[in-house]
Design a protein around this ligand. Structure first.
Ligand code: UDP
Ligand code: MG
Length: 214
C-alpha cells in the first residue's frame, strides 16, 4: 500500500479547515491502493486554527501537525511539512479548497505509472481575483521569466504531488529564502501539468498581500 502525505499550510484558517478535511478525506477514500496522512502546518495563526487542527488529530490518527511560534509564511510552512512527511508520495494543498481535491486521483495515477516524478497544477484563468493582483502577478511572471533561466509557468499553483525522490532533492537544497515555484522547476525531473479553472475560497479571506504578489 502506498502512502500519500498531504501537506496543508494554514494561516488563520479556523473556518476553512473542517470543510477541507471533509472534502479531501471523502475524495481520498475513493482512491484505491493508497493510504493518506495529513500534515497540517499552523503558520503562527492568531485565530483558533491550532485548536481545530488538534481536535482533528485527536479524532483521526492520520492527521498530524506542525505548529510555528509565529507567522513564517507559506514557503516555510510547505518546507516544514515536507520535512515531516513520511509518504511515498508527497502532495501540497491549500486549505481553502481552491485546489480541487478531485485532481488527487489523477496525480497519483500519473506518478504510479512511473512516467512522471511530479504532477503539478495550473490555473487557466484568474477569474474572481482582484484585478490589481492579476496585473502585478502577470508582471511578476513576465519579469522573472526574462531574467531567470528556470521557466516558471504563469498560473502554476503550489498544488502538486511528487515522488519521495523529488521530495528528497528539494529538501537537500539548503536554500534559506525559498521560492518554491522556482525550486520545483529548478530541480528538474519529469513534470506533468494538469489544468483547472480558478475557484473561490470556501471560507475566510486571502492572506495575499502586496509584498507577495505571485
Ligand atoms: N498561508 C500560510 N502562511 C501565510 C499565508 C498563507 O500558511 O503566511 C496558507 C493559507 O492558509 C492557505 C495557502 O497558504 O492554505 C494559500 O493562501 P491564500 O489562500 O491566502 O493565497 P491565495 O490563494 O490567495 O494565493
Ligand atoms: Mg487561496
Amino acid at each position: 500500500m502506498d502512502k500519500i502525505s498531504i501537506i496543508v499550510p494554514c494561516y488563520n484558517e479556523q473556518e476553512a479547515i473542517p470543510a477541507f478535511y471533509k472534502a479531501v478525506t471523502e475524495t481520498a477514500a475513493k482512491i484505491s491502493g493508497a493510504e493518506f496522512e495529513y500534515i497540517f502546518v499552523n503558520d503562527g495563526s492568531k485565530d483558533k486554527t491550532i485548536d481545530v487542527i488538534k481536535e482533528l488529530a485527536q479524532r483521526d490518527g492520520r492527521v498530524k501537525y506542525v505548529s510555528f511560534s509565529r507567522n513564517f509564511g507559506k514557503e516555510s510552512a510547505m518546507y516544514a511539512g515536507m520535512e515531516y512527511a513520511s509518504g511515498d508520495y508527497v502532495a501540497i494543498m491549500d486549505v481553502d479548497l481552491q485546489d480541487p481535491p478531485e485532481l488527487l486521483a489523477e496525480m497519483y495515477d500519473n506518478l504510479k505509472s512511473g512516467e512522471y516524478d511530479c504532477v503539478a497544477s495550473r490555473r487557466v484563468n484568474r477569474k474572481g481575483e482582484a484585478k490589481i493582483r492579476s496585473f502585478f502577478a502577470r508582471c511578476f511572471y513576465k519579469l522573472i521569466n526574462k531574467i531567470s533561466q528556470t521557466e516558471i509557468a504563469d498560473g502554476a499553483r503550489d498544488f502538486r504531488m511528487m515522488t519521495r525522490q523529488m521530495t528528497q532533492s528539494i529538501l537537500s537544497l539548503c536554500e534559506y529564502n525559498r521560492f518554491s515555484k522556482g525550486i520545483f522547476a529548478w530541480v528538474g525531473y519529469n513534470v506533468k501539468w494538469l489544468e483547472f479553472e480558478n475557484r473561490e475560497r470556501v471560507a475566510g479571506e486571502t492572506k495575499w498581500s502586496f509584498s507577495n504578489t505571485r
